[in-house]
Design a protein around this ligand. Sequence first.
Ligand code: HEM
Length: 179
Amino acid sequence: MPAQVRVCEPAGSSRRFFLEAATCPARLPLGTVTTHQTVWEGPKMKASVLCFRAAVLLVIAGMLWGIVMGISEDHSTMPAHAHLNLLGWVSLFLFGVYYHLHPALDRSRLASLQVWIWIAGTIVLTIGVALVHSGRAIGDPIAAVSSLIVLADTLLFGWLVFRGDLTEQASQRSTVPAE
Ligand code: HEM
């Protein structure tokens, strides 16, 4: 016999649990499922939260790098500093804003995967660019491979954006009453 349940989202939690109404402190009406059970549980951390946390850590690293460059008066690794800040701070923060504006996507595994790939790609690309500008040839293949990873990850993000728009348009069309 199906039980009436509500979706309960504890404050500060990125998880969604479907609980019996009586056990749920903050309630949103949802619907009916078969029993008192966890129906779906998304990634532990929302993609946007992951973006903002990683972006803050990376910009702190980028700023320290800039300060070291300034103090040492050696600006040779400036392109690596610029890539770390622009990919790791600016881009990552913008991804976070987009995901935050699209809550269903924000909870998806694919969005989290996109963010993790971006974080790893940015770090490896920064190391590669720094090695190249420090005169180490090993930096070339590292920068080349990681730049392709970052490009592929941008395509994944683009696919999520276009797919989301198509889904929204389809759902809007389906709710327009027939004349
Ligand atoms: C404490 C913070 C920062 C310090 C001390 C710092 C320091 C520096 C230094 C010394 C340079 C080399 C300049 C040159 O050789 O002409 C540089 C370049 C650069 N920085 Fe930063 N930076 C900081 C934060 C940031 C942030 C947050 C961003 C991006 C959001 C950023 C983006 C860039 C870019 C794009 C360049 C290259 C500029 C060019 O091509 O002339 N920096 N930074």
